[in-house]
Structures are given as structure tokens and as C-alpha cells.
Ligand binder design. Sequence first.
Ligand SMILES: [Zn+2]
Length: 419
Amino acid sequence: MEVRRTVPVALDVDSNDAALLEDTVDTFLWCAQYVVDHAFQGESVTTSKTTLDDETYDDVREKTDGFNGGLVQAARNKAAEACKSVVARWKNGKKASKPRMTSPHVVYDHRTATFHDEYVSLATTDGRIEADYVLPDKDSDTPHAEYLFADEYETTGAELHRKHGEWQLHIHCKMEVESDTPEQATTENGTVLGVDLGVNNLAITSTGTFWTGDEFDHWRREYENRRGDLQECGTRWAHENMQSVGRKEEARFKMTLHRISNELVAEARDHECSVIAFEDLTDIRDRTGASWGHKWAFNRLYEYVEYKAEEHGIDVEQVDPENTSRRCSHCGFTHPDNRESESFECQKCGYENHADYNAAKNIGLRYLRRNQTGGDEGEPLGVRLNSGTLNVNGEYESPAEVSARTGVHAEESHPFTGG
Ligand SMILES: [Zn+2]
């Protein structure tokens, strides 16, 4: 089985290189649009990558003064996929028009990019450039470090995006994991995976895995732009098209949420958790400043996780969200000043971590405490961290100590492993 993650990393790019990247994005989109236009020329839309390659590759290279062949092919793949989804909609009796390749990005793979530990080399319209990653330091236990610096994760490719004037690389990583044993499927060890939902990160778990909101935001902006364009038209055709954009938007979001829910359930299974704990979603807009769109997404995500987890005998529960973002998961001290946007720093014990990650651990701990009062299970419970667990008192136990015990899962380089 494979575990896949996408890690967004900002790039340090000087103005010369930035100009080259701009040019590369424009050329990439031009190529993709050229292929789309070609695919729509005949009586039926061509969706075969091989056919499109045969029919457009040489033209595209010539018209772009020899744009990198790997990028030309990536643009053609992008175009073929866009055409395929149009045809799929038509087959389902739905409306769809010729795709417009406007979202500024470039798709890279191992032929067009080389991923080093601290920098990336990217093909552009004029040879390669090198750009440093802007990262927290290596010893940090943020998810960036966990995936990018971990040998067991293999980088498979990336997408270059431009966001608020900054260049960002969304790096795709994968890891082979052993397939599940029968014991895992029937485990009843009471280990909890805590999940925090939010705007910047759609979801983050007590094991330190996070799902960024970037993709969600990206699509939302994309569709808002399209709707804006259509609104300006004001015709009946535009009105109908706007409704079609709305349906497309919903389908795209649902697809993303299905993928995230699958990965969340896989995370719970990888860590042998028998419970996935979310915060109660009722008032989440007040707490997180989330939009209606986000609340809709959180509810869908919860539903998807609930039914997918059930197939694996994993319970999905909601806990009281009060103070989960202000409470220190290490010492329990609760204060509004502990949290400053994405950073958590305990005013009492000095524990520092990503605020959403701290919240995810608290959500797991709250589930444990709530269920410990009855005490009828006998077994000590815990919250799963990346390596080891937190017990109900918030104390860390290493994997060796835990072995047969249950817990919220903790990261390897945890500040309190020394204790
Ligand atoms: Zn503390």
C-alpha cells in the first residue's frame, strides 16, 4: 500500500528567476490551451494522450522555440485530462464547454525537476534555475520536516504555483507501507486519532499529518473568477453557465474531500487507532472564522470519514471543542495568549508547536478523558502521536513503553521525550 502526501513549500526566488518562472507558467498554459484547442477541432473531442502527442508535439515545440519537451508533455497531459472531463460530463447528459487553461501553474516530474534536500532545480523556458526551500529548521517536528527530510518518503513530482506574489511548490511524496494484518483490522486497543479542522489547514491530526487548505482555496478562487466573468456577461447563456460552474465546483470539492477522507482513515489504520475524534462542528464558524463553504466542507469531510471508517471498525466521535486551541497539550495550562495565529507557545511551560497540531492532540485527549470517567474498559487509553502516545494525563510514552498500551499518537522529536 502507498501513502501519499502533498507538502507545500515556499521558494526563495530572485527577480531574474521569478521572471523566468512567470514566462514558464505562461508558456506551459499556452501549450495546454493549444492542445485543448486542437482536441476540439475535429468532429469529436480527442482525448487520447498518444493521439494528441502525435498531432501536436512538434508544432508546440516549434511555436514555443523548443520549450522543454517534458513540460510540453506535462501540459499535453493536463489538456487531455481537461478534455476527458468535458467528455465525461457530456456522457452524463451535462453541459460543459471547452476548457480554458488559466490557472497559473506548472506540473513538474523527475525529468523536469530535481528535488534536493534544501533546494529544487526546475526547468524553465531558458534552462534550469535553482531555488532554495523556505523551511523551518530540520529538527522541527512540523509536517514539512517529517515528509521532505524523511528517507522513507519518495518525491514523485510537484506543481509550481504563484500565490500572493510568492512562488510555492506543492511537492508530492509517497511512501510504501506494509499492508494491514488481520489483527489491525480487529484491533480494540482504544487508541485515538485526534483531528483538528481549520481554514489554513483543512485537517491536521495528532500524528502530525496535515492537509492544507490551499487546493480548496485555489479551486474556490478559480471558480469565483469564472463566475465573475460570466456575471459580467449577464446573458441567459451566462446565467446557465454560472449554474454549471457551481455544479462543477461542488463536484471538484467533493472529489478533494473524498481523497482527504480516504487519507485520514488510512492514517488511523496505519497507527492502529480504533477511534477518530473530531471537535463538535456545530459552532465551528464562530470559532475558526470559517466561511459557509468551509463549514460545508467540514461537514462533508466528517460524513465521508464516518462511513469509510466504519468499514474498518473505527469509530468516529465528536468532542466538546471548548479551549482545544488555547490549551497546552503538554501541561494543560489554558490561556488565550498561548495561541498566536498558527503558532502555539504555552505561557506556563514554554511548549511550542504548530497551533492546529496542538489542538489536534487536545481533541484526542478530550475524547480520552471523557471516556475515562466511566473507567469500565479497564485498559489505559492514549492519543496517537507520530511515534508513541500521550496518555490521559498528557504524558508522553515512547513506542517501547507503549507497545501493548493504548494512547493519542506523538511525534518522534517531541519536546518532552526526555522526561
Ligand atoms: Zn504548557
